[in-house]
Ligand binder design. Structure first.
Ligand code: UDP
Length: 328
């Protein structure tokens, strides 16, 4: 039996592929390599193609004995989604529809889905649990919520079981030092802070210091990418054991402000990190912290690497050894 990992050459996808390989799973990856990197794949059989390309999906479903899918392939930038919502609906929502229809056609009825805290929007409660209101403040979050809902109806009608994992802030890099975060353009806080530490950027722009938080900067819940990867493996096991569809938050249940992240990065790297304060970024809630009780209780998830200092140290190991990401 093989697991299809869509978007397996991306940041979280490639760390999940690594975790699956470590326990001997057979892996098929579908990635259009728009954001993903061939070099990020530590193994598995790669099909370069798009979710919306029926021929590629027919080929990979007929050539491999796939029993489950882990679905990462999507556009994932909040800012971009506000400017180009059509791109997000097309790739994320229509792409997922194409995938679910092919899964149904080929009798594959298990899917682990890469979802996001952006499905909640401005939270009503802190920490956020899975029963809280979902009211996305970005087109990106809205498309991920639409994808989750589509899965629900494919479950009702066709018995396709899904586990949706709503991540908070993924960060860090694989312990081997071989794979890490390499987005182009990079928009995420921790890699940008480390690029500033490396002198690749003149400074880190802090988006807003007038939020209603202790130091005025936004608070986020950072979780190590390999802890996220482990949750996908546990979710896959759960579906294979016949569990029902479910939604889980994945976070460390602890919040750090942007200023705290910069201070810890300074401590870890020993480098100066120049800071410039700028306007708020549209769509940013002040505080996002997960309650991950449900994932801990039901999946047995036990994140081991998500102390912020450790996360930043692992990211620094990757960035300082790969200042140009995957390119030579
Ligand atoms: N942020 C920042 N400067 C940057 C990038 C991010 O101040 O160059 C802030 C951003 O406003 C948010 C936090 O850092 O409050 C985390 O942002 P990121 O894009 O990493 O993740 P998000 O929470 O948007 O998923």
């Amino acid at each position: 039996m093989a697991v299809l990992v869509t978007g397996g050459a991306g940041y979280i996808g490639s760390h999940t592929v690594a975790a699956l390989l470590e326990r001997g799973e057979e892996i098929v990856v579908l990635d259009n390599l728009q954001q993903g990197h061939k070099e990020a794949l530590l193994g598995g059989k790669l099909y370069v193609g798009d979710l919306r390309d029926g021929e590629t999906l027919d080929k990979l479903f007929s050539e491999n004995n796939i029993d489950a899918v882990i679905h990462f392939a999507a556009n994932s930038l909040v800012g971009e989604s506000m400017k180009e919502p059509g791109k997000y609906y097309h790739n994320n929502v229509y792409g997922t529809l194409c995938l679910l229809e092919k899964m149904n056609q080929y009798g594959v009825n298990k899917i682990v889905f890469s979802s996001t805290a952006a499905t909640y929007g401005e939270p009503e409660n802190v920490p956020i649990d899975e029963y809280d209101r979902t009211s996305p403040t970005s087109a990106y979050g809205e498309t991920k919520l639409a994808m989750e809902k589509m899965m629900k109806w494919f479950d009702t009608a066709h018995g396709v079981k899904y586990i949706s994992l709503r991540y908070f802030n993924a960060a860090g890099a694989h312990a081997s030092g071989k794979i890490g975060e390499a987005h182009d353009p990079e928009t995420h806080l921790i890699p940008i802070v480390l690029e500033a530490a490396l002198g690749k950027r003149p400074h880190i722009s802090v988006f807003g210091d007038d939020y209603a938080t202790e130091d005025g900067t936004c608070i986020r819940d950072y979780i190590h990418v390999s802890d996220l990867a482990d949750a996908h493996v546990l979710a896959l096991d759960s579906l294979r054991k016949g569990s029902d569809s479910a939604i889980y938050n994945l976070g460390s249940s602890t919040g750090f402000s942007v200023k705290q992240v910069i201070d810890i990065a300074h401590e870890v790297t020993g480098r100066e990190i120049p800071v410039a304060f700028e306007q708020r970024r549209p769509g940013d809630p002040a505080v996002l912290i997960a309650s991950s009780q449900r994932a801990r209780q039901e999946l047995g998830w036990d994140p081991q690497r998500s102390n912020l200092k450790e996360i930043i140290a692992s990211a620094w190991n990757w960035h300082s050894n790969h200042p140009n990401g995957y390119s030579k």
